[in-house]
Design a protein around this ligand. Structure first.
Ligand code: ZN
Ligand code: CU
Length: 488
């Protein structure tokens, strides 16, 4: 047995594969798990008695907008406080690199915060190098974003890219993959990408193939055309011959409630001939930039940030519009640039999508929003506490699998997402009886209950409800040899 830096004793071990829990001790040497099992008589520099608690692989947040937060708030408290030890950034077509912007970033690039000065990486490799020099508390895998590339390569974005512009973007996808990106993302319903053609996206996604990269898609529509948009994304991945992750899968707007029965059937059918995964967050409200087109009467919308009217953050658009004597749409326009929470998902759809066995958990949290959606601080404990324990949507072991070994396999994070000797020591210790999200839509910034200890690459980053000051995070490469790249 090598010299152990840490032993976690008397825990119930959930190993991340979906297997049933068992009682055991877990020994860590350096950044790896050295042994699992009874370890009487074995000493270590530090010991933690985890009686009554679960020890599990650290959670992998499959969908984030943390690109800039990794640099500007390297403690990453909203994530490590939930037990998250790795995350995927650069989603929805929005990545911090490669792009230099003077002044404020335009929507939706301001999902990464409205402040100037952060889009400063002309090459994707510069961002990777900076994260290596100034590591955050947890690990990250990085996608390169379509909208970022369009801003780099095009003058006006209200049209499809020309062949020459597409060639420029394709070269940047290749450069990003060589520099350490794990794949490419789109946000096809956002300004900046809504006018892109299917062919343009196929050309860019197909650049991933020699690298074994992954295509992550925020699809063209989540409302009335949700099914056509899903068909388009599946066709893009099939043509490009690359594995696909459908981002924050949902069906929005009351007329579309129930359509998840059909979208999941579509995914099931397509999965027989091509690799498709998906992620979802465990809430029945969505959040993104404030879109006046969506500010229709009767739709409940809460303001999460506003540069024009910061004093109205946390208030509902309908109330603001009434006070101003304006329509909801006019009021929304006056608040821009701004972000919002939209209460227009159906709980039955949310549960059906979460229960689907290929769904990973992604917070989609927006770390720079002044009054964020509570998923930023609560997605993972909510899945464990609310949906697994209270609602009984699935066993705890299965909920853990969806946030550990399943995303590790999709994103190609070798030796992560499972507890076994030789795997990286990314670990969370939590209390299965008390684990819960505590943030609400009114008071969203609340650390979770029941997350006792969080370890990243063998170092403790969170204990006794506090960040320890450690910054052991690494930029994770994609290992196509362990990743899901063929139909399941
Ligand atoms: Zn998105
Ligand atoms: Cu997103």
């Amino acid at each position: 047995m090598p010299f152990l830096s840490l032993i976690i004793r008397n825990a119930d071990v959930i190993d991340g594969t979906g297997a049933r829990r068992f009682r055991g001790d877990l020994g860590i040497a350096g950044d790896r798990i050295a042994a699992i099992g009874a370890m009487e008589g074995q000493a270590a520099v530090r010991e933690i008695d985890a009686r009554g608690c679960i020890v599990a692989p650290g959670f992998i947040d499959a969908h984030t907008h943390d690109d800039r937060a990794l640099l500007s708030m390297p403690d990453m408290t909203p994530k490590i406080s939930q037990g998250v030890t790795s995350l995927v950034a650069g989603n929805c077509g929005v990545s911090l690199a490669p792009l230099v912007i003077e002044g404020r970033p335009p929507p939706p690039l301001d999902l990464l915060g409205p402040d100037p000065g952060w889009f400063r990486f002309d090459r994707f490799g510069d961002l990777v190098a900076t994260l290596g020099d100034q590591p955050p508390a947890l690990n990250c895998g990085l996608l390169v974003g379509h909208i970022t590339l369009r801003h780099r390569a095009m003058d006006f974005l209200d049209r499809p890219a020309t062949a020459a512009e597409t060639a420029v973007m394709r070269l940047e996808v290749e450069r990003a993959m060589e520099a350490g990106a794990i794949g490419f993302s789109t946000g096809l319903d956002y300004p900046g990408a809504a006018h892109s053609s299917t062919e343009e996206v196929v050309a860019l996604a197909s650049a991933l193939r020699p690298y074994g990269g992954l295509y992550c898609s925020h699809t063209r529509n989540y409302f009335e055309s949700v099914e056509e948009a899903l068909d388009e994304t599946i066709a893009i991945a099939r043509e490009a011959d690359v594995p696909l992750v459908v981002s924050h899968h949902q069906v929005s707007g009351a007329p579309n409630f129930g359509k998840s029965q059909r979208t999941l059937a579509t995914i099931d059918r397509a999965r027989r001939s091509q690799p498709i995964g998906l992620d979802a967050y465990p809430y029945n409200a969505s959040s993104k930039t404030l879109d006046p087109d969506r500010a229709k009467p009767g739709v409940r919308i809460m303001v999460t940030w506003s540069l024009a009217h910061p004093e109205l953050v946390g208030r509902e658009l309908e109330d603001i519009a009434r006070e101003w004597g304006l329509t909801n749409r006019e009021a929304a326009e006056r608040l821009l640039p701004a972000g919002a929470i939209y209460f227009q998902l159906d709980e039955d759809d949310v549960r059906r999508i979460l229960a689907y066995p290929h769904t990973m958990i992604g917070s989609d949290g927006l770390p720079h929003d002044v009054h964020p959606h509570p998923r930023l601080w609560g997605a993972f404990p909510r899945m464990l506490g609310h949906y697994a324990r209270e609602v009984g949507l699935m066993p705890l072991e299965e909920a853990v699998r969806r946030m550990t070994s399943l995303p590790a396999a999709w994103f190609g994070f070798a030796d992560r997402g499972v507890l076994r000797p030789g795997a990286y020591a990314d670990i969370v210790v939590f209390d299965p009886l008390s684990v819960a999200d505590r943030g609400t839509f009114i008071k969203p910034i609340q650390p979770a209950a029941g997350i006792e200890t969080v370890v990243v690459n063998g170092r403790v980053v969170w204990e006794q409800g506090m960040y320890t000051g450690e910054r052991p995070g690494r930029v994770l490469r994609r290992d196509p040899s362990i990743a899901i790249t063929r139909p399941a």
